[in-house]
Design a binder for this molecule. Sequence first.
Ligand code: SF4
Length: 375
Amino acid sequence: MSHNPVRPWRNIERRKSRRIMVGNVPVGGDAPISVQTMTNTDTSDVAATVAQVQRAAEAGADIVRVSTPDAAATKALKEIVRESPVPIVADIHFHYKRAIEAAEAGAACLRINPGNIGDEKRVAEVVKAAKDHGCSIRIGVNAGSLERDLLEKYGEPCPDAMVESGLDHIRILQDHDFHEFKISVKASDVFMSAAAYQQLADATDAPIHLGITEAGGLMSGTVKSAIGLGNLLWMGIGDTLRVSLSADPVEEVKMGFEILKSLGLRHRGVNIISCPSCARQGFDVIKTVEILEKRLEHIKTPMSLSIIGCVVNGPGEALMTDVGFTGGGAGAGMVYLAGKQSHKMTNDQMVDHIVEQVEKRAEEIESAGAVEAAE
Ligand code: SF4
């Protein structure tokens, strides 16, 4: 996916994993690394939950998870699934009945740990429901809720204990001849999470769901996730991810994409390259970028835009972008199209003009792609 023969230092060799399906979204194998988020509405409030799912999907979420803690939630799930543009994962803890209800309601995947739902009969019932309704399962090991026997064995939560827990849950599913599963081993500690994921990647070929749990607020949580998930993704580990933030699910989706975009693993929307600005700037770079980010949110076509304050770096960056603007003197700057110097534009009309140019370029890229696909 990110194989680059010209610039081999950009290549990421992805770990080979099995491919499973979460509804119509493939996870694992060569499938694009999918971005997930989770709703924080009351699931039984169908309208509010569907609205949040739709906003997340509009921002690019491939898969959305909802909590189903009680029967009212699994009842609402049916309608949520019907209205959702993306596959829905039902999040279940302990209650095997909720899992069966969620499968019947059309959940594409159940997030449940089979070792925590009781006796053999219950596990068999849940697995049967998942098989009958085409559900996959995510085993979600969390450092904060490890099984007591593992905590006694290891003394405290640690990567070994997390991986052992994960493999125990895997074994239970395999014993029931169930193989459509993926797995996560999340911790709020970046080191613990990264070490657990690395061990897990060697121990199974199941697709891996990445996440740093309880990462924090928008800024601190994003930095933590970018370090933890970024390192793992760079090593080729990870088939799907969620950036967990104490923030709007839409922000989680945006941050997930930014991490993948930084590593060249997914491309979506306008990648803005901008300078930090300094006394040489020919226009207000920071304010302009802030406005352009908002005004270009609707563009989904992968493309690049350089917004650079002056000629020190402007022409060089513009060479490598679809659209570029470099500040100049006398209240005007230079517009670059497809890497070539094109025409001058005054600073006061520049934002509208750049938005127009980006929209035009996005259309060109889309129609060229459509022609290529038809050939
Ligand atoms: S590109 Fe120009 S304006 Fe921007 S930081 Fe560099 S020197 Fe300053």
